[in-house]
Design a protein around this ligand. Structure first.
Ligand SMILES: NC(=O)c1ccc[n+]([C@@H]2O[C@H](COP(=O)([O-])OP(=O)(O)OC[C@H]3O[C@@H](n4cnc5c(N)ncnc54)[C@H](O)[C@@H]3O)[C@@H](O)[C@H]2O)c1
Length: 412
């Protein structure tokens, strides 16, 4: 845990971000990453084949019996069979539920159907679920958030096990305990913190991800490196081409490092009362991209990549005390921007500056009077601020738009 108390965190005040004592520094490649939390609620993220699930369940005191598996319609044909077979062979009695793939499943109707299913499994002893019945979320962030919220609320809390199968889920959504669904009023507006008992991230599952989904997830990996510091950035600069080419060793090492980084942040600030907010680097801009361009045009990860470029420009402006106008960013922002720019985008950003600013206003209304931005003072030195010099946000948008040229095929 951090030597600094969370209570010392003051938005807008720079602080050393990632003490050397955090788990990422010491985690050897083949080991699980711990997520240390108080009250015996800590857990580990394992990087092993899905077939290793039963002994890992036993290792967290989950004894064979009824268990629930929630997955989606893309993941089920690929990985549900092996998971169910491994569980059955170890004496578990898995019940599976498949939701339609896609963000639309993070909704009240799918949640209600999950409740009906789980609570309708039977009323006799051994048939009905009880508070020891684990719920396993097999899939990407959509399944993790939906099934995680069901686990948080069914019988006031079932043991949750994440089996993340996308880059975003492995490096981000399966770690940290945020669960939830969307509402017509906005994304992720209904939810709960519910930490998993166990995370099993099988790197081999990433091999079947469609190209665009795979690359999108890497935006969060780059974001983690920028937040972590120079060493992480240097490694990613070195390894990114191999990661983009899906070389297994490079992918596994990169994912593990990003997970260790997130685990360290979560361990310091489980409920996002302070430091965890820096994980939103680029996200004030990214949410506006998604809103102004129309949800679904860019994936979330692509919007994050654009948002990171805008956030780096804003960081340069904030450091200069005025809107940065030179075509090239100063260091270290130029270096960071070159790394982000290696993630291909399928389309350029077309929304007008006015539309993007208006989309940010929606966020502003939700958060209070001001937009909050995460800016970098340096690599590994983020801070949250709502005081940016006038004209700097407009300049950041102009920079991101002009830089959003399409560098390669959209994939898929
Ligand atoms: N809880 C958190 O802390 C947190 C953090 C980040 C993102 N999220 C949420 O995560 C969601 C995005 O996650 P995502 O990008 O994983 O989306 P997703 O779950 O929709 O998965 C993306 C697509 O890939 C498919 N897929 C998943 N695994 C596959 C595999 N191994 N092979 C082939 N296809 C596969 C899915 O069916 C889907 O079509 C958003 O709803 C976002 O709000 C939550």
């Amino acid at each position: 845990m951090s030597e600094r108390g969370m209570g010392e965190y003051i938005p807008g005040v720079p602080m050393p971000f990632f003490p050397a004592s955090m788990p990422h520094a010491a985690t050897p490649p083949s080991h699980a990453v711990p997520v240390p939390l108080p009250g015996g609620r800590g857990y580990a993220v394992h990087f092993r084949p899905l077939a290793d699930l039963p002994p890992l369940l036993a290792g967290v005191d989950l004894a064979p019996g009824r268990c629930l598996v929630v997955t989606d319609s893309n993941v089920a044909p690929l990985y549900l069979g092996p998971v169910v077979r491994a569980l059955g062979a170890a004496g578990w009695r898995p019940e599976a539920r498949v939701v339609p793939a896609g963000e639309a499943s993070k909704a009240l109707d799918q949640l209600a159907a999950l409740y009906d299913w789980a609570l309708g499994l039977g009323s006799s002893p051994g048939q009905a679920i009880d508070r020891r019945t684990p719920l396993l979320a097999l899939g990407g962030g959509v399944v993790g958030d939906l099934a995680g919220f069901a686990a948080a609320t069914l019988l006031r809390g079932l043991p949750l096990v994440h089996l993340p199968t996308t880059v975003i889920a492995q490096v981000d959504s399966a770690v940290g305990g945020k669960t939830g669904i969307n509402h017509a009023a906005g994304k992720n507006l209904i939810g709960a913190f519910h930490q998993p008992r166990l995370v099993l991230a099988d790197p081999a599952t990433l091999a079947t991800l469609p190209e665009r989904e795979y690359r999108s997830g890497l935006a969060e990996v780059v974001k983690h490196a920028l937040l972590e510091g120079e060493d992480a950035v240097a490694r990613l600069e070195r390894d990114l081409d191999r990661v983009l080419a899906r070389e297994p060793e490079a992918v596994a090492a990169t994912i593990r490092r990003a997970v260790a980084f997130k685990a360290g942040v979560v361990a310091e600030d489980e409920r996002e009362t302070g430091r965890r907010a820096v994980l939103n680097l680029g996200h004030t801009f990214a949410h506006a991209v998604e809103r102004a361009e129309g949800y679904g045009r860019f994936t979330h990860g692509e919007a994050v990549a654009l948002g990171l470029r805008a956030a780096l420009h804003l960081s340069a402006s904030v450091r200069a005390g005025r809107a940065w106008t030179a075509p090239a960013l100063p260091e270290p922002f130029a270096r960071a921007d070159r790394l982000v720019a290696r993630l291909p985008l399928p389309y350029p950003l077309v929304a007008s500056g006015d539309a993007l600013l208006a989309a940010m206003d929606t966020d502003k209304k939700r958060a209070g009077a001001h937009n909050r931005f995460v800016v970098l003072d340096d690599l590994g030195r983020p801070r949250v601020t709502d005081a940016v010099p006038s004209g700097t946000v407009e300049a950041a948008w102009a920079y991101a738009r002009q830089g959003s040229v399409v560098q390669g095929p959209a994939g898929q």
